[in-house]
Ligand binder design. Sequence first.
Ligand code: CTP
Ligand code: MG
Length: 274
Amino acid sequence: ARRALIVVAAGSGERLGHGRPKACVDLGGRPILAHVMERLHGLAQGLPTQDPAHQDPSHQDGAVRGLDAVVLVLPSDQVSYDQLATVGEQFSAATGVSVHHTRGGGSRSSSVRAGIRELLRAAAADWDPARTTVLIQDAARAMTPEAVYARVFAAVEAGAAAVVPALPVTDTIKRVHAEPSATPGAERVAETVPRSSLRAVQTPQGFTLELLQQAFDFIGDLPDAQAETLTDEAMIAEAMGVEVTMVPGSQSALKITTAEDLAAAQATLAQRET
Ligand code: CTP
Ligand code: MG
């Protein structure tokens, strides 16, 4: 069995508003991408993770499974690319894991596809796709704990073809009518959605390489407009009729999207360091 991780870090960070790719933005003295990699040292070296939510079966048979390859999908501009490639090289030097870099595309899904192409080109050409697990992580979820990666790897290795980490929804969620309210800027409630059946999905999402290859063939056969509605790989799996398995996510794995999110991540870091 093989384990690969693709980190998509090519987004422009429009909503964060720093005028540079989000993965390069400073969080406590390091670029956001460096925080993702920092949490992966134990996993990379095949050390057992302390995970209260899941016994990692990859250690039950005494085997140690680290990471076989990492692909970082980076922004195209040379300054950002070089800065983030350095993060990858440092991770590789510290862990011995082979790290490959490539440039992303104009959408998250095209960046994921670029990552898979690079994985196949640089590392996985002779790997058995059915026995290769690929995790796809958003660089924007900088604080995802190692235990979540371990849980997703373990679930795929236990036989699930598609796995997503998720948390129960704590807010009350209401569906609104498409047509606006008579009050300017307001909306009309259609119904309250029962919260007990809702989950908020995070990354890393895990798949067999075999399923990812099938997913891109499937997408390629759809009309563009329909393909664009399938914004992540788990949605493609659902559209293909493949069962998607959910494992527990983490409160720490929140996505950094806005300036407020970055401030919250900064506060969490500062708390840990005191
Ligand atoms: N991503 C990517 N390539 C893109 C768009 C997004 O690799 N063309 C990645 C981002 O780097 C991020 C993840 O997908 O790690 C989730 O995207 P999002 O949070 O939307 O990040 P951005 O697209 O950078 O932010 P924004 O939408 O505000 O511009
Ligand atoms: Mg985006």
